[in-house]
Design a protein. Structure first.
Length: 339
């Protein structure tokens, strides 16, 4: 029997989590209904909402092995579909309506997450339990689950951006950002790898910030989509949407993971007395910056790994006025002399 959050029985969290899941589903429908655009909530959104509820029931009541084993993959797939449908209601367009843009993003999610898995191999912050014994099933489940990370965050951020964050404005940020940030990012990313192994469990928080420091100044200077460039333009909406999406997705990652047979468990040596589901409470603070880091990694990987035609497709069809757009920016060599 698992106890969390200072001794509350898991049944309390089960009821709370189901209620919040239903509230989130109702919130999606309400957002879609009040969307200013002419598009109704599309049919596939209703299918995904029904599947989301059905998967919850099968997991918590039916205990169907194929659902338990691949639950993370299943639930995030239907969540992404439901949120994408709400984005479509707001914009009249969404990522799932442009297959090349969507599948490119999902594909890049896998190597991006493997970077963090490589760090975890050294730092030992989480471990997986209940994994399938057959390599094919393991590879399918892991690849499928990893491929939902970027779409889950960016679809949620896209909805937040479309519904209110796109109108946010701030005073343009004029502070110069350059080599010092990049150097700080390199140091922050190297310290966890070079420190003694016994310190590893205390240093993973640095990884959640390091790629932001390293990549954002480079992307800004190279003319690629950048949150720093957004702030310089007085438009913080994309960053705000990502931060809120990271917090929302973090909650659902932990809730849905808690009941799955194949799941991760945290093994770092601190703050385990007070937990929500399996996550120590302070750990939830890492999800908002994780979303910013995913955006930075997504932009960098897309520009470096995708062919020019695919990058152009992401510009044309990747919800270019929303969060996950990748502009077909010039290469750094074409932009020399610009700051």
């Amino acid at each position: 029997m698992r106890w969390t959050f200072g001794g509350y029985h898991e049944g309390v969290l089960e009821v709370l989590g189901v209620m919040l899941t239903l509230a989130a589903a109702a919130g999606l429908v309400m957002l879609a209904c009040r969307a200013p655009g002419p598009q109704p909530y599309p049919w596939y959104g209703w299918v995904c909402l029904g599947a989301l509820g059905g998967l919850e029931l099968l997991l918590l009541a039916g205990r169907v092995p194929v659902v338990e084993t691949f639950f993370t993959s299943w639930i995030w797939t239907v969540y992404i579909g439901a949120v994408d449908a709400a984005v479509y209601s707001w914009r009249g367009d969404s990522m799932l309506h442009h297959a090349a843009a969507f599948w490119s993003m999902a594909g890049l999610s896998i190597p991006a997450w493997l970077i963090f898995e490589a760090y975890n191999f050294r730092l030992r912050n989480w471990a997986y339990v209940g994994l399938p014994g057959h390599f094919g099933e393991l590879a399918l489940g892991a690849g499928w689950a990893f491929a939902t990370i970027f779409p889950g965050i960016f679809e949620t951020a896209d909805l937040i951006h479309a519904s209110f964050a796109h109108g946010l404005r701030c005073r343009p940020w004029r502070r110069r950002v350059g080599a010092a940030w990049v150097a700080a990012g390199v140091v922050v990313l190297l310290v966890p790898l070079l420190a003694p192994a016994r310190w590893g469990g205390y240093l993973f928080a640095l990884v959640w910030a390091g790629f932001i420091l390293l990549l954002e100044p480079l992307h800004r200077n190279w003319g690629w989509p950048s949150l720093l460039a957004d702030l310089e333009a007085g438009q913080p909406g994309r960053g705000v949407a990502l931060l809120l999406a990271g917090g929302a997705c973090g909650f659902f990652w932990e809730f849905w993971n808690y009941w799955a047979r194949s799941r991760w468990e945290y093994i770092f040596p601190i703050l385990h007395r007070w937990r929500i589901f399996a996550m120590p409470v302070p750990g939830f603070l890492g999800f908002p910056p994780f979303a910013l880091e995913c955006f930075a990694l997504y932009i960098g990987l897309a520009q470096l790994l995708l062919p020019p035609a695919w990058r152009a497709d992401l510009l044309a069809h990747g919800c270019s006025d929303g969060v996950p757009a990748v502009k077909a920016a010039s290469r750094p060599s074409e932009r020399r002399g610009r700051h």
